[in-house]
Design a binder for this molecule. Structure first.
Ligand code: JFZ
Length: 464
């Protein structure tokens, strides 16, 4: 009898184990919350190019208020504290913008598909900028798009769905230090008027900032991870502050690490905190700052298409597509990414000059993006005419030469310090094969009579 019971029990256990294994195998991985495997940063290098969006209450005035425009700089998202009004726009008046915030033409699919068509692989948006206004229905404050505006829609939720639909990775800019909309948040560390002698903005006490930190900052970061499962955060500081102590930085990093095993953290979570580079996942340069050399740790530059991050009615300084491409390629050749900013208009649409540039970049990326996505940084040397990336192939290595400055009539293209003569040299876009010759300083390429791409022509070298 005992023998029989044992056999039955054994079989039951085996059956349970097998069933359980099939159940686990059958679960849709996206529901299984499988631990993030492999290299956490792998997708970062594969992506190289992302969209940055500045959108919020500041989009209502778009840089101009009561006929006046900005003070310190062109940053329209700073109108609350920079305008040439004593101490910026009074808080009560600024909050009135919430009643006018109604981007009726906002369409998440349109935004994300424009990013995808431009060759962008990830999407970063100001979930909460310095003004403290949240683009999602946060439970810890009524100062948000659902509770405080006639628009009443969860903008981040709609964008998260569109990112999933188009296979674009979602990230959030979160202003963890400056928060002009909640008691205890830090205020700008300078007088409100651009160069005036206005009184310093009133800063919170240590206790007041702690209250903001515990009641707003940490809970909102938790909400953003819990609600939308972002692939990365872009926290924002730019100078030393008494509020963002090393302890607070460590606390916020630990908070994110506890809540998500995939969410990346950037270095602007702190400013010049000794060893911060080792504690975060990627380095953020200062705005529109493009390093002139290789940086080993994953890094990025965030840049504007004109001068302002938020849409500015009077900012017509649109950068040419060639300059935007150069930023992207230069960074990639030095192991960096490029987050190109759009400031959508108050109606929720992208400015026409932005759309034009996105489409021009996208057309170019369609043909030449293979030399950027997942490519290794320049293995040869910095060149005068442009930049180099490389990719390992089965038989050897393929070098991508991004030529922005086409040599004069009849001149060849000197690839300085290139030791090997390539087996094959051709124009990526046209397939035209080019002749080369070894010279003392490297390899010289005989160029086609007509420059294939006025912005940037890519030439590939197959090196055994
Ligand atoms: C910060 C924000 O203040 C700004 O509104 C925007 O979001 C940008 C991406 O990040 O801007 C700064 C602030 C200070 C410096 C650079 C960018 N700085 O001192 O170099």
């Amino acid at each position: 009898m005992i023998e029989k019971t044992y056999t039955i029990m054994k079989n039951l256990i085996i059956a349970f184990v097998i069933t359980f294994c099939f159940m686990v195998v059958g679960i849709n991985p996206s529901q299984a919350q499988l631990p993030h495997e492999g290299d956490k940063m792998g997708w970062w290098k594969e992506s190289r190019f992302g969209m940055f969006i500045h959108f919020g209450l500041y989009t209502v005035p778009s840089g101009v208020y009561k006929g006046e425009t900005m003070g310190r700089n062109w940053y329209a998202e700073w109108i609350r504290t920079q305008g040439d009004w004593p101490n910026g726009i009074p808080d009560a008046e600024y909050r009135e913008f919430a009643k006018q915030f109604n981007p009726e033409q906002f369409d998440a699919d349109t935004w994300i598909s424009l990013a995808k068509e431009a060759g962008m692989k990830y999407f970063l948006i100001t979930a909460k900028h310095h003004d403290g206004f949240a683009l999602w229905p946060t439970k810890v404050s009524k100062y948000n798009v659902v509770d405080a505006t006639p628009f009443k829609r969860d903008i981040l939720g709609e964008l998260a769905s569109a990112c999933k639909k188009y296979g674009i990775k979602l990230g959030f800019y979160y202003s963890h230090w400056q928060d002009w909309g909640h008691e205890g948040g830090a205020m700008p560390p300078w007088p409100s008027k651009s160069l005036g002698t206005e009184p310093e903005m009133p800063q919170p006490t240590k206790e007041e900032f702690q209250k903001y930190w515990d009641k707003i900052c940490l809970p909102q970061v938790q909400e953003l991870i819990g609600n939308y499962d972002p692939w990365f955060f872009w926290f924002d500081t730019w100078e030393e502050s008494e509020q963002i102590t090393d302890e607070k930085v460590d606390e916020l990093i630990a908070h994110v690490r506890k809540l998500s095993d995939k969410c990346l953290i950037n270095s602007r979570i702190a400013f010049e905190y000794p060893g911060i580079d080792k504690k975060v996942d990627y380095l953020s340069m200062m705005d529109n700052r493009f390093p002139d050399g290789y940086i080993e740790k994953p890094w990025e530059t965030s840049g504007t298409m004109n001068r302002s991050w938020g849409y500015h009615l009077l900012d017509f300084a649109w950068k040419p597509t060639k300059e935007l491409l150069r930023n992207l390629v230069a960074n990639a050749s030095r192991n960096g990414n490029y987050q190109l900013n759009i400031g959508p208009k108050a109606d929720g649409t992208f400015p026409k000059p932005s759309i034009k540039r996105l489409k021009e970049i996208g057309t170019w990326m369609e043909i030449n993006g293979e030399g950027l996505y997942g490519a290794d940084p320049n293995p040869v040397a910095e060149q005068e005419w442009g930049y180099i990336t490389s990719k390992g192939t089965g038989e050897g290595e393929k070098l991508y030469l991004f030529v922005f400055d086409w040599p004069g009539e009849g001149n060849g293209l000197l690839v300085k310090n290139l030791a090997e003569v390539p087996q094959k040299t051709s124009v990526l876009e046209t397939g035209q094969v080019l002749e080369v010759q070894k010279v003392e300083k490297g390899v010289e390429i005989f160029l086609p009579e007509f420059q294939p791409d006025k912005n940037c022509t890519v030439i590939t070298l197959d090196i055994k």
